[in-house]
Design a protein around this ligand. Structure first.
Ligand code: GLU
Length: 419
């Protein structure tokens, strides 16, 4: 097994964002210093008996960035390039995101360095159960609550919940969110991130004097986040002109029928080859003319070398950390409105919070209630960030980070330093 790698683009981005924000907030150096480090990080090895009969060892992580505002919350990602630095950065982003929204959580993240598509269902189940057993002391309904992220889904959460519950001798639904409905999942959780993006885009467009009808949309990534964002924006009257996934991108200046596109993806496994579309490279997709660009795939997609060719007026970050600090500066200078990840994709953790609360009370809400509460929380957060950006004469990312970091810092300040 290789040693855990700490070096990561995303960690550099997250630290650069924190340092910039600390400066703007005039943060006390001792609190700033504490915020730069995760509270605790666990590295585990996850041995799995593969279908071939051989045992393979995967490396896994769970990082709690800050526990000052409550138990920690954040997704679990399965991807080949996951490392300790990336998981730490993502945990840090969860701290700002939860604080910005006003959820009673600190930030956490987990990851296993694995290509989930290369594993059979049995192998994935064993990997998930062994990983859960290895991080058992790190998670719990009032300690740290994982959820899906890149490469994981409802089934992953069901296996985690079952593994944890078996060791407790009872069902513990509150240990994870994003579970299947039948075992305590929430109505509307699956669509929540995509739906939250639509609210954010709606408000941004509205403030810029536009409504959604006829706006041209490009979505990079067609998983749980990108496909729902594309479908709901299309339903609101947007024209979805470009989409991409790991196997390729497609373009149609007249727009796609997103329902038919989803059926094509369900059948073939990719957007590529959708009838009536022009094939594109994924890099080119980001540079095509459109009004709204939704990077909803992996991190560091908008960089110094392509940011000046982005032709959207609004970028809504569905992914975590899709824009490097250099690209951010370029987009800012060019007047592109970037709705930052910690605001744009917060719908997921907002409905995770609803799921957790429902599970703790054994009382479940209707989908219409979830949707209207999500809309209310997103609208409030958007308005706060927009107003702060206007007051400070700054961009939305800076404002969102200022609000998120300020709240976490305030928690450190009032709680003080133990001992
Ligand atoms: N993985 C999602 C995120 O990055 C959701 C986390 C959660 O629901 O806890 O926000």
């Amino acid at each position: 097994m290789e040693k855990p790698e700490f070096d990561s683009h995303l960690l550099r981005t997250a630290l650069a964002q924190l340092d910039r924000t600390a400066l703007r907030l005039n943060l006390e150096p001792d609190i700033h210093e504490r915020l730069r480090y995760p509270r605790r990080a666990l590295v585990v090895s996850v041995p799995v008996l593969m279908d071939s009969g051989k045992t393979e060892v995967f490396q896994g992580y769970r990082v709690h960035h800050s526990t000052v505002l409550g138990p920690t919350k954040g997704g679990l990602r399965y991807a080949p390039d996951v490392n300790l630095g990336e998981v730490t950065a993502l945990a840090m982003l969860m701290s700002w995101k939860c604080a910005l929204i006003g959820l009673p959580y600190g930030g956490a993240k987990g990851g296993v360095s694995v290509d989930p598509h290369a594993l059979s269902r049995r192998e994935l189940e064993h990997l998930t159960r062994r990983y859960t057993a290895e991080i058992m002391l790190f998670i719990g309904p009032d300690l740290d609550i994982p959820a899906p992220d890149l490469g994981t889904d409802e089934q992953t959460m069901a296996w985690m919940m079952d593994t944890y519950s078996m060791t407790q001798g009872k069902s513990v639904p509150g240990v994870v969110t994003g579970k299947p409905l039948i075992v305590g999942g929430s109505a509307g959780r699956r669509e929540a991130t995509g739906r939250g993006i639509v609210y954010a885009v709606y408000h941004a467009a509205h403030r810029l004097g536009q409504n959604l009808q006829g706006l041209k949309v490009v979505v990079q990534g067609f998983g749980n986040v990108g496909s729902v964002a594309a479908r709901l924006l299309w339903r609101e009257g947007c024209v979805v002109v470009g989409v991409g996934d790991v196997r390729g991108a497609i373009w149609n200046p007249h727009g796609f029928d997103v329902r038919q596109l989803e059926a094509h993806v369900a059948e073939s496994g990719s957007v590529a080859g959708f009838p009536g579309s022009e094939p594109l490279g994924n890099a080119e997709l980001l540079e095509r003319p459109c009004d709204i660009l939704v990077p909803a795939a992996v991190g560091s997609q908008l960089r110094e070398d392509n940011a000046d060719r982005v032709r959207a007026t609004i970028v809504a970050e569905g992914a975590n950390g899709p824009t490097t600090p250099e690209a951010d500066a370029v987009l800012r200078d060019r007047g592109v409105t970037v709705i930052p990840d910690i605001l744009a994709n917060a719908g997921g953790v907002i409905v995770s919070y609803f799921e957790w609360v429902q599970g703790l009370q054994y009382y479940f809400w209707r989908e219409s209630e979830i949707v209207s509460r999500l809309q209310e929380v997103m609208t409030r957060a958007f308005s706060r960030v927009w107003a702060l950006a206007a007051k400070e004469g700054t961009d939305l990312r800076t404002a969102a980070l200022m609000e998120g970091v300020r709240r976490v810092a305030e928690g450190y300040r009032v709680r003080g330093l133990y001992p």
